[in-house]
Design a protein around this ligand. Structure first.
Ligand code: GLN
Length: 389
């Protein structure tokens, strides 16, 4: 019998998707997958529809339409304080995920070691596994997920090639401070490492936390690939529009691998994202933050009342909650118990750890319409009713 590749046998379906399927089965409220079902901003929708109607439906250049690259370069300059040449250093990608995959293909060799902060987003770790690289984990702990430079220095070996930064982080919501990013930058320069930074949640910040792009720190522009996208900010997770900004000498290779898998990012949606960047006022981003802050507080208090202590996120739109009190011998069983009892789906914590450190955690996503979130919060109270019955 012909078997799948060695690589294929090591890659399994993400627990994030599995829980969405389970949720669908019981018609529950899906707080598992990070689907933004909030409204798409009007200019974004309008420009994408207009592009379809105007016949802009064919392949674009492999690095994306000039209008979008120009708009992203302006955004990087104004928002991230990062100067990027949109011709030489910027690629529009099929989501941040497509950008990360192409960047890994272009930059990594088998057996390279790549440092990740744990809990980590499974797609980062699994993409590295797919490249035959070795993810090396630096463990961060609730509630503040702090680390010191030594925690990173300690895991560096002659095989270390790169560090993955994801701030604000999925799933912990940790926002790396300027000091922490400074340590990483110093380590990267000292050991001649590459940094992949996934900044997809850059606009989701709470309690005065600030987003810093590591590429802006001394010595970092020449060794950083800055990846982000519009899935979350414009609530268009299904459109697959992201970007990668990198030193000019790497762009051709990253672009080539992106071309091999995607040809280009979806053409009309590139026009939609460009309109969003060009037309939406600063207030849009401020309102977004306030809306999500309100939702964060809502679900955190519902989790607290239900006896599932949340770790309050500094950014992004996920919450890790302590579910030790739920029946079940691992996080998957606990997630299934919660789904059965309340109809609320969450992601088992083990999806974010390489060992059993996540077995008493569940991840809840609060990028939901307010009514759906309130419904989920009410349903979570059933747990309390059961516990006190
Ligand atoms: N990034 C989102 C999450 O973590 C969606 C990922 C996915 O659907 N695979 O839930």
């Amino acid at each position: 019998m012909v078997e799948v590749s060695v690589n294929a046998s090591r890659i399994k379906q993400s627990e994030i998707r599995i829980m969405s399927v389970e949720c669908e089965r019981v018609r529950g409220v899906n707080l598992a997958q990070g689907v933004c079902d909030t409204e798409v901003p009007e200019p974004v929708r309008r420009a994408a529809k207009a592009a379809v109607d105007a016949g802009l439906n064919q392949y674009t250049r492999l690095d994306g339409i000039p209008a979008l690259r120009g708009a992203i370069a302006n955004k990087l300059r104004d928002h991230n304080r990062l100067t990027v040449d949109p011709e030489a250093q910027l690629l529009v990608t099929s989501g941040a995920t497509g950008g990360f995959f192409a960047a890994c293909m272009a930059m990594l060799n088998p057996a390279d070691e790549v440092i990740l902060f744990e809990p980590c987003y499974g797609y980062h770790a699994h993409t590295l596994t797919a490249m035959n690289c070795k993810p090396v984990f630096v463990r961060l702990n609730a509630p503040d997920w702090k680390f010191i430079a030594d925690d990173v220095e300690r895991v560096i070996t002659p095989r270390t090639k790169a560090i993955v930064v994801n701030s604000p982080a999925n799933p912990s919501g940790k926002v790396m401070s300027r000091a922490e990013l400074g340590w990483l930058a110093e380590i990267a320069v000292k050991h001649d490492l590459l940094v992949f930074t996934d900044e997809i949640y850059e606009y989701f910040l709470y309690d005065g936390h600030e987003h810093v792009s590591i590429a802006t720190l001394p010595g970092m522009a020449e060794r950083t690939i800055t990846i982000s996208g519009f899935s979350k900010t414009f609530s268009i997770t299904g459109w697959r529009i992201g970007y990668a900004a990198c030193p000019a000498r790497w762009k051709t290779s990253i672009g080539y691998f992106h071309d091999l898998t995607y040809i280009c990012a979806p053409a009309p949606f590139q026009h939609g994202a460009a309109a969003g960047l060009n037309e939406l006022p600063k207030k849009f981003y401020e309102d977004l933050r306030l809306e999500y802050l309100h939702k964060r507080d809502l679900i955190c208090s519902a989790l607290t009342q239900a006896g599932l202590a949340p770790s309050i996120p500094q950014g992004a739109y996920y919450i890790l909650a302590d579910v030790a009190a739920l029946p079940g011998s691992n996080s998957k069983e606990k997630a299934m118990h919660l789904l059965r009892e309340t109809g609320v789906a969450a992601v088992p914590g083990n999806a974010f750890y390489h060992d059993d450190a996540g077995e008493n955690l569940l991840r809840f996503c609060f990028a939901k319409r307010l009514t759906d979130l309130e419904n989920a919060c009410n349903r979570l109270q059933r747990l309390r009713a059961h516990a006190t019955a």
